[in-house]
Write a protein that binds this ligand. Sequence first.
Ligand SMILES: NC(=O)c1ccc[n+]([C@@H]2O[C@H](COP(=O)([O-])OP(=O)(O)OC[C@H]3O[C@@H](n4cnc5c(N)ncnc54)[C@H](OP(=O)(O)O)[C@@H]3O)[C@@H](O)[C@H]2O)c1
Length: 253
Amino acid sequence: MSEHLPLDGKRLVVTGGARGIGAGIVRLALRQGAEVVFSYHRSADRARELCAELRATYPKQQCTALPAQVADTDSAARFAQAALEALGSVDALVNNAGVTRDGVFARMRREDWDEAVETNLGSMFTVTRPLVMALVRRRAGAIVNVTSSVGIHGAPGQANYAASKAGIIGFSKALAKELAELGVRVNAVAPGLIATDMTAGIPPERLEEIKKRIPGRRLGGVEDVAHLVCFLASDRARYITGQVIEVSGGLVH
Ligand SMILES: NC(=O)c1ccc[n+]([C@@H]2O[C@H](COP(=O)([O-])OP(=O)(O)OC[C@H]3O[C@@H](n4cnc5c(N)ncnc54)[C@H](OP(=O)(O)O)[C@@H]3O)[C@@H](O)[C@H]2O)c1
């Protein structure tokens, strides 16, 4: 393992890599020496642009974008298969893709519940299941699942999102116990409030109110999350499994 490049030669699969936190993870993984396949769903143009930029910067490393609707079992399976073919195998999977479908629970529509749960929690099955044997066969590797502070603490207007993100925590802890003896680590990263498209729509007065509960009074950046994800994906985290780690600037709930 290179002292300077913690992901040197590691093959990473990242879901939702075209923008936001996922794009931050893809960028940092390449910078840290990884070969990366990431998925996009609606952001095909951004995926293409990101790949072009990163291939120009890191010409010796692979950066490939492939389509996947992670809520759909067949689409996710096709993505997983294509990712394995592109990389040869996989050393780390980062389940990052996710959505919010906020609303007060008393008026929540079933489709908003389903979309949040099937995208955020369903993808833990649809993407991880077809890739897990590749990790187990090598008796090495890491899975990093992106949950949320909301999955730990809850938040009004986010019952569907909180349920899906809490589910990711249970899934990660159970899978960590199942795979530990097989050499595969599983951890969850729980961002607080990070500046991306997902948080861009929060009304300014609500944002100010939330900022008062962050000791540093500012939102996090995608790199703040990416550094922890890449660390957990690397061998430097070899004795860390079954953990949920918040990246929230100390956000108080
Ligand atoms: N931002 C925050 O404050 C925050 C806080 C806690 C947790 N998180 C979590 O961090 C992760 C990334 O969030 P973000 O802030 O980067 O959000 P974002 O900017 O809205 O990006 C969402 C990503 O998820 C992908 N995605 C959404 N639905 C998908 C689907 N059905 N199939 C495949 N891909 C899908 C999108 O892909 P396309 O654009 O290609 O469709 C996009 O890459 C999510 O799991 C989110 O819940 C974010």
